[in-house]
Design a protein around this ligand. Structure first.
Ligand SMILES: Nc1nc2c(ncn2[C@@H]2O[C@H](COP(=O)(O)OP(=O)(O)O)[C@@H](O)[C@H]2O)c(=O)[nH]1
Ligand SMILES: [Mg+2]
Length: 204
C-alpha cells in the first residue's frame, strides 16, 4: 500500500536555549525563506488546515516547531530567513539557532523550499551551502507551482534548483492543489523506511 500520512500532532516549540525533544526517530526538517510556504506544505501534507501556523506576514515563526507524523517520525518546521525588516539581533539569533540544529547530527533529511517563480536569493544559496557543508541529505521543493502555467512548472522547478547550485531537479509542489504530493511522500518513505526501498522484482 502507498505510504501516506495518517496522523499528525504538534509536539513542542523550541528556541535558543530550550531543549529539543529526544532524538528517538527519523527527523525531516523543512527550511526556506520566510513566506515560501513551509507551514502550508506541512499542513497540506498532513491534510490539516491549522497544524502549523501560516501567515501572509513574513517572519512570524521564530521557533523550531516539532510535529510527530504517523507516531513514527518528526517533521520539523524551521524558522524562515530573509525577512528584510528583521533586526540584526534577530538575524544573529536565527543563525545560532540554525547552526546548533544543523550541526546536532539529529537531522535525517532536509526539505529545502524555493519559490518556483523566483530566482534563489543569496540567502537561499547560503542555506544550501550549509546543507552541503553539514552533509545532510536533502530534497529541493519548488513551492507555489499553481501560480505558473502547467506547461512551465517542471522546467521552472528544475531551473531554480540549478540556480541554487544543485543538480537540476526539484519537486514541483503546490499546497493548494496537492501537486507533488506523491513524489514527496515517496522521498519521505525512503527516509523513514529505508529498508523497504528495494523492490527485488523491480531491480531485476
Ligand atoms: N498559491 C499558493 N500559495 C501558497 C502556497 N503555499 C503557501 N502559500 C501562501 O504563501 C503565504 C506564506 O505561506 P506560509 O506557509 O505561512 O510560509 P512560511 O513563512 O514559509 O511558513 C501564505 O499566504 C500562503 O497561503 C502554494 O502552494 N500556492
Ligand atoms: Mg511558517
Amino acid at each position: 500500500m502507498d505510504f501516506t500520512v495518517n496522523t499528525a500532532r504538534f509536539i513542542t516549540s523550541a528556541g535558543l536555549g530550550s531543549e529539543l525533544p529526544e532524538p528517538k526517530c527519523a527527523e525531516i526538517a523543512v527550511v526556506g525563506k520566510s513566506n515560501v510556504g513551509k507551514s502550508s506544505l506541512i499542513n497540506s501534507l498532513c491534510g490539516r488546515n491549522k497544524l502549523a501556523k501560516t501567515s501572509s506576514k513574513p517572519g512570524k515563526t521564530r521557533l523550531i516547531n516539532y510535529f510527530l507524523l504517523n507516531e513514527e517520525f518528526y517533521l520539523v518546521d524551521l524558522p524562515g530567513y530573509g525577512y528584510a525588516a528583521a533586526p540584526k539581533e534577530e538575524q544573529a539569533k536565527w543563525g545560532r539557532l540554525m547552526e546548533g540544529y544543523l550541526s546536532s547530527g539529529r537531522v535525517s533529511h532536509i526539505c529545502m523550499l524555493i519559490d518556483v517563480r523566483h530566482e534563489p536569493t543569496a540567502l537561499d544559496r547560503q542555506m544550501f551551502g550549509y546543507i552541503i557543508y553539514y552533509g545532510i541529505p536533502y530534497t529541493l521543493i519548488a513551492t507555489k507551482a499553481d501560480k505558473l502555467a502547467k506547461t512551465k512548472r517542471r522546467q521552472a522547478a528544475n531551473a531554480a534548483a540549478k540556480l541554487l547550485g544543485a543538480p537540476p531537479y526539484a519537486i514541483a509542489w503546490s499546497s493548494e492543489t496537492g501537486e507533488g504530493r506523491r513524489e514527496l511522500l515517496q522521498r519521505i518513505e525512503a527516509v523513514v523506511h529505508p529498508e523497504a526501498g528495494v523492490d527485488p522484482e523491480a531491480a531485476e
